[in-house]
Design a protein around this ligand. Sequence first.
Ligand code: SF4
Length: 358
Amino acid sequence: MNFMSEFPFDPLDMAPLLLAWYGRKGRDLPWRRNRDPYRIWLSEIMLQQTTVQAVIPYYHKFLADFPSVEALACAPVERVIELWAGLGYYSRARNLHTAAIRVVEDFDGRFPSTLDELKTLPGVGRSTAGAILSIAFDRKAPILDGNVRRVLCRLFALQEPPRSASAEKRLWFWAEALTSEERPHDYAQAIMDLGATVCTPKRPDCDCCPLESLCQARRQGLEQALPLKGQRKEIPTKKQVALVIECHGAFLVRRRPLSGMLSGLWEFPSRLLSAEQAPGQVASELLKEGGETTPLTEVGRVSHAYSHFRVEITVMYATVDAVGLVSESEDRWLTLAELSLLALHGAHKKIVPLLASP
Ligand code: SF4
């Protein structure tokens, strides 16, 4: 489909304005210091759903352990997940590992450099492929991440939810038409920077925006109202009991299975509760599977939001005299200091501060 007639300005006018601004205000980010596609891919995957500030320490940690795609492919997936712990959306870590293996096995360790090849890698969609192509290989390829989507919605004053099917077609068309032919590497970074630092979700700084003269949302006073919000889905709340068992200053933790949600991460023994179950009763059952302990006490509650549900966790505590009473061969008994370094998943990480003085 061709949406060229909907352009409220000459598409060739935008890139020069944006690139001149980028020359003055572009961000100096660690993954911009060379054009290694492996590093750019790594940063792009980490940046999905996460901020630059959150990503930077993870990016350095990953590169220290896995300086090349070969190193990442050879690593055990458990190590990859451990290093990812805290960044959330763990399927990204598993996809990263699988994709690294694919690059080594299917592409002889050479990072793919076409859209079709890149899209065969798990976790790489059209926008991420576009970012890799433009930033690493300086090829013209549109990107449409969250920042770019917001900028375009405002620039064109798009009056429909940006995730709708028809909006999606327009946005990709506009993104392609506006991408610079001459400087795709700089253009991709420039438009991402504009979305992240000027055309921000809540308070766009239109007075400092290089695109103000072209922007239809600005012209119509709609910059705060756009993009339109889609209908928010109600997310369910699940209840869980987590059992903290202490033995002479060490706490029992278990690794989750290597498939399924939060795979490979660590947690305290826990169980989801049905509507009729009381946390104390289920915690007692969990304990009975092990052995004799002191009576259970509740030490607090934590809650955690995932993309598709919330979990409210009641934390129950007991002590035991001998580790063999309740643990299984794969379990670990760790001190508080060791727990703070362990790849606990986000919800159970919130339990650790409750244990300083149970
Ligand atoms: Fe965003 Fe304002 Fe710039 Fe328009 S003028 S692109 S709303 S910052």
